[in-house]
Write a protein that binds this ligand. Structure first.
Ligand SMILES: [Zn+2]
Length: 1061
């Protein structure tokens, strides 16, 4: 699954629908009893649906009586096996079978109520036999002091699904579907209970039969237990060990108007709105589409059939085997049986898309399905082409062939994530797969490419070999994220993604997050379904990837690759935990004569949160001896002792530190030192007076390195005199380490600014990119301070000469040039961005001229790669007419990439009225796509003129926002951190100051207190599911405020002095 890196995922529904959904979830409405119902189930939300369901149920009732008679007779006469009776799923849901058929599931009991209780009152308190039995059962569990099997966070282990037959009918005209699932079960321990996941559906009938003997097992009762999202079937007798049974469930549910389970989405073609239904099951939403054992460990085979109107087509993981057409315009597609797989990457879709197709060398048919106009324009061709090449790449790299006969890529208008790796049917949001080469920047092309590389990697890491449980989600996400860079290098060999861009986009990025005390280990324990979404965060993705890269480097890439081949071969079609990986890799190392206990090393990195900072000190008394020490890196040192779990001193890692010695013209080859103690002495040969030390060669390690000031000075000298002695990745690494060490107080504030000075000679993109990213938070810390102009002036001086040297791109890149000039174009873009955002006059004039030319000629001649910069600069400098012009263009353009940057440009205005107008419009789904609203709010928060507006808007609309994005936790936490990350003394503080008028608030300590209190009060009243992101937000704001108090003046003093020299 790929999370949205720069763009937002699509959230659900309008506020009105949200209320209805909430009501449904709470189980506060009831369905009219179905033909088998003893008690109400969930009620549909509209009258239309009510009538439609009712008609179907009446019809269903009639058919079912006939079917009941017929099937009973046939069963008696022919002794046919039960699942054969249920195989022809045409017509509305109906019951099968004999006397073991149970009634419909009752309404889920409210929280805290024992299952099956709610009806008691309605019957006047008269206890039935069944209810007495329930009471006895409960007492029994209490006596045993055990939780009943349905109340435990994980499914009980006594049953295992072997095979599912799933037959669905999708009614797109009223967005409902009905299903019949037959699960073949293996019994491991005798039990009277069948507990499996089912959530937000109406169950009409349940039957259990013993497989071989065709005999029914009587169902005593059934109930939902919503707290754990399970459905429980209680039997009259125990299922016997080693035998196989068949569980049949008939149910119906809604094709939801939100983004999880089986949901719907729409697009407009030739003025007509068309609908499609698609699934998103990861991590815990398959249970909303069919009753199943919804944990990754329960791998089974699946045979799916989908019945739909013939105007639609249906897709699933496997190809269609046969299609059966009916006279009334309906068709049933029967898909081939899947290999063993988990529920979360099962998928289907019902849509009227068209496709283009290609075939790999090994014969895998790859199709890209999208809305017909996009297919006609060829917007899917790029993705299709690289997918074919990437399958060939992975087959060669892993030495394991792609496992299914086909792979469909589906481009949908609405999806909660950038994409989802369903095996054989991967789903992408349109902005992450469709690409019009004539209007796409390199950055956009890169984003599309990497998402595709990511999802394809999952066809092996995730789908073929699946993590045992969600605590190790990084085992699949870390790999897929790491391979984004390796796979892109295969497609574009000159881009050096894994060696270079990985640093700024992954390593530097995640070390920002993981340097907070509120971080968490990459492997994190989860149990409850509601917590599982939480594990899909940047720590799992980016730290996972960074640790894998460190591992690949200390093992050596070819041994690492061999190890992965073994791992995939051994565990294919199964599950694996992190220790399985470590063992396989250790064995691979042993084969080449190296002995490292990988588990021992990696446990420290995956089970401990955070990362170390290594300090290398020269030893003045003993020659050639250096002192290397490690401690946990934390931004806000005030929070260090607060860590509740352990004292900070106990954090230790086994660190593969590579180290080299350099002098003015030469750097030694690197040596690896394993650092495992708090402090160690090491002998370094050839350490002369003027030579410097450099640690973490090419920044392959997941840690920071600090030096004594003397060594920093030598390194700065080296960079100024001849920076090429130090590798590109280490130049970027030195910049990032220095800025962050200073921000956390490990290093004087002037060191990073002094390092920056060499950039005027730097012709490589990566160090500029690292500097630009490291400057960004510093800029946001300072952008509203009195002396901001001093900082601004300093940065402009560093950028000026390179800006002059590179100039502006004159025309759009020829496609064939992209490959060759990627580094150069990205460098130019980076420098122009710095120049324009820090106020270089020429840059501003150039942007204004380009915008004016566009407006007067109505032809957009702005080079693609700098369009976002020009739009934003134009909107911020020029008058309201430009804002209106961009607003109009935003409405009229149809290209997804262009629409996005136009919308973001609107957030660059200095005009607070316009910013407020935009914020208010952002929640109107007709104007701003739901998925884009988060971006609007976050971008307004990044604008110093809008930060307090966004913060205020966020607090006022929190209830609406939380209802919209709350269930897709990743979106929610991105919103929370995006709005709060740069609060320091303003925004919330200014308001607080207003309310505290006449009280002197100039004292730093007071300001700090007020900022904290205000944010904390808000959080206390609203936190809900976003608690984790809120605690991170508080820590970030605290660290911001603290930095201002301790270091701001030091920085300005140095800058003043430096500017007058
Ligand atoms: Zn993924």
């Amino acid at each position: 699954m790929a999370l949205e890196e720069k763009r937002e995922k699509r959230p659900p529904v309008t506020p009105m629908m949200i209320e209805e959904d909430a009501a449904l979830r709470n189980g506060s409405r009831g369905l009219p009893p179905g033909p088998w119902a003893e008690a109400p189930g969930p009620r549909p939300r509209t009258t239309e649906r009510h009538i439609a369901v009712h008609k179907r149920l009446v019809l269903g009732f009639a058919v079912s009586i006939l079917a009941l008679l017929a099937v009973t007779m046939i069963a008696v006469l022919l002794s046919v096996r039960f699942e054969e009776c249920g195989a022809a799923a045409d017509g509305p849901p109906r019951a099968g079978g004999n006397g073991s058929l149970s009634g419909a599931a009752r309404q889920p009991p409210g929280a805290g109520q024992p299952p099956g209780r709610p009806e008691e009152e309605a019957r006047g308190g008269e206890a039935t036999e069944e209810e007495e039995e329930e009471e006895e059962e409960e007492e029994e569990w209490q006596r045993r002091r055990e939780l009943p099997p349905w109340a435990r966070p994980r499914l009980p282990r006594h049953l295992r699904p072997l095979h599912y037959n799933l037959m669905l009918s999708a009614f797109m005209e009223n967005f409902t579907f009905s299903g019949e699932v037959n699960v073949q079960l293996e019994v491991r321990n005798a039990s009277r209970y069948i507990v499996l996941h089912a959530h937000r559906m109406h169950i009409e009938a349940v039957r259990v039969a013993e497989d071989k003997l065709a005999g029914g097992v009587r169902v005593a009762r059934t109930f939902f237990y919503p707290q754990t999202q399970v459905f429980v079937v209680v039997l009259n007798r125990s299922l016997e060990v080693q035998r196989s049974y068949n569980l049949k469930i008939i149910y119906n549910a809604l094709i939801e108007n939100e983004l999880l389970g089986f949901f719907r989405s729409s697009y407009v073609l030739h003025g007509e709105r068309r609908f499609l239904g698609v699934t998103q099951f990861s991590p815990t939403h398959a249970r909303k589409a069919f009753p199943c054992f919804d944990e990754p460990i329960y791998k089974a085979t699946f045979k799916i059939s989908i019945r739909h109107q013939a105007t639609y087509l249906s897709l699933s993981n496997m190809p269609v085997e046969t299609s059966v057409f009916e006279e009334d315009g309906w068709v049933t597609d029967h898909f081939s049986q899947t290999p063993l797989m988990s529920t979360y990457y099962l998928a289907w879709a019902v849509c009227n898309f068209t496709y283009r197709e290609t075939v790999t060398k090994s014969g895998v048919v790859v199709r890209l399905y999208a809305r017909p106009d996009a297919i006609r324009r060829g917007s899917g061709d790029y993705a299709l082409n690289i997918t074919r090449r990437l399958i060939e790449f992975y087959e060669d790299y892993f030495k394991v062939p792609y496992s299914l006969p086909k792979l469909d890529l589906l481009a949908v208008p609405k999806h909660p994530y950038a994409a989802m790796e369903n095996w054989g049917l991967s789903v992408f949001v349109e902005q992450r797969i469709l690409l019009d080469p004539s209007i796409s920047s390199i950055l956009y092309l890169l984003d599309v490419t990497m998402v595709i590389v990511h999802e394809l990697c999952h066809q092996w890491f995730g789908d073929l070999v699946t993590p045992v449980w969600w605590e190790d989600v990084w085992l699949k996400e870390g790999f897929a994220h790491y391979f984004e860079f390796v796979g892109t290098d295969y497609l574009y060999p000159g881009w050096n993604m894994e060696k270079q861009r990985f640093l700024t986009d992954v390593l530097h990025e995640v070390m920002l997050l993981d340097g907070l005390s509120s971080s968490h280990p990459v492997s994190q324990e989860v149990q409850q379904a509601s917590d599982i979404d939480r594990v899909f965060d940047w720590i799992a993705y980016k730290k996972g990837a960074a640790l894998i890269r460190m591992l690949a480097n200390f093992m050596g890439h070819s041994v690492f690759q061999m190890g992965l081949q073994d791992y995939l071969t051994i565990h294919k079609y199964g599950n694996a935990a992190r220790n399985d990986l470590w063992n396989t890799l250790s064995k691979a190392l042993k084969r080449v004569g190296k002995s490292v206990n990988i588990q021992e090393v990696m446990d420290q990195w995956t089970l401990q949160m955070g990362y170390p900072v290594i300090t290398i000190l020269g030893n003045e008394t003993a020659e050639n001896i250096i002192v290397i020490s490690q401690e946990r890196f934390v931004y806000d040192s005030d929070t260090k002792p607060k860590d509740p779990a352990r004292g900070d001193n106990s954090y230790l890692w086994q660190i593969p530190l590579t180290i080299a010695v350099g002098n003015t013209s030469h750097i030694s080859s690197e040596a690896i030192i394993w650092v495992s103690n708090k402090s160690e002495h090491h002998r370094i040969p050839a350490l002369e007076d003027a030579s410097w030390l450099l640690g973490n060669i090419n920044q392959t390690g997941y840690f920071r390195v600090n030096y004594d000031i003397r060594n920093w000075r030598l390194l700065i000298n080296q960079l100024t005199r001849n920076h090429e002695v130090i590798s590109v990745s280490n130049r970027a690494g030195l910049i990032d380490d220095a800025f962050n060490l200073a921000r956390a107080g490990y290093l004087p504030q002037n060191i990073p600014l002094e390092i920056m000075k060499y950039l005027s000679e730097e012709k490589d993109f990566l160090p500029w990119h690292a500097a630009s990213r490291a400057l960004y938070p510093l800029d946001k810390l300072l952008d509203r301070t009195e002396n901001y102009n001093i900082f601004n002036e300093y940065i402009l001086r560093q950028v000026a000469s390179m800006y002059l040297k590179l100039g502006w791109p004159t025309n759009n890149l020829n496609k064939s040039l992209v490959q060759a000039s990627y580094q150069h174009e990205e460098l130019r873009r980076e420098v122009i961005m710095l120049a324009c955002s820090f106020g270089n006059k020429h840059c501003h004039q150039q942007a204004a001229t380009l915008i004016s030319d566009w407006i007067s000629s109505n032809r957009n001649r702005i080079p693609l790669n700098v369009r976002d910069i020009v739009y934003c600069t134009g909107v911020s400098l020029m008058d309201e007419d430009v804002w209106e012009f961009i607003w109009m263009k935003f409405h009229s353009t149809t290209a997804v990439s262009e629409k996005k940057i136009l919308l973001e440009a609107l957030t660059c205005s200095d005009d607070r009225n316009l910013l407020n107008r935009l914020l208010n419009l952002s929640l109107n789904s007709e104007v701003v796509l739901d998925q884009d609203a988060i971006d609007v709010i976050i971008h307004v928060a990044r604008n110093p003129h809008g930060r307090d507006l966004a913060w205020k808007f966020f607090r006022e609309k929190w209830k609406i926002l939380n209802a919209r994005y709350g269930e897709a936790l990743f979106m929610n936490s991105k919103l929370v951190s995006g709005v709060t990350e740069f609060l320091n003394t303003e925004g919330e503080l200014r308001e607080a100051q207003l309310s505290l008028q006449h009280q002197p608030v100039g004292q730093h300590k007071d300001e700090e207190q007020i900022a904290k209190t205000h944010l904390k009060n808000f959080i206390k009243s609203y936190e809900g599911g976003a608690a984790v992101s809120f605690s991170r937000a508080v820590e970030t704001v605290e660290a911001n405020v603290r930095w201002q108090r301790l270091y701001k003046e030091e920085l300005f003093q140095w800058l003043r002095k430096s500017l007058t020299q």
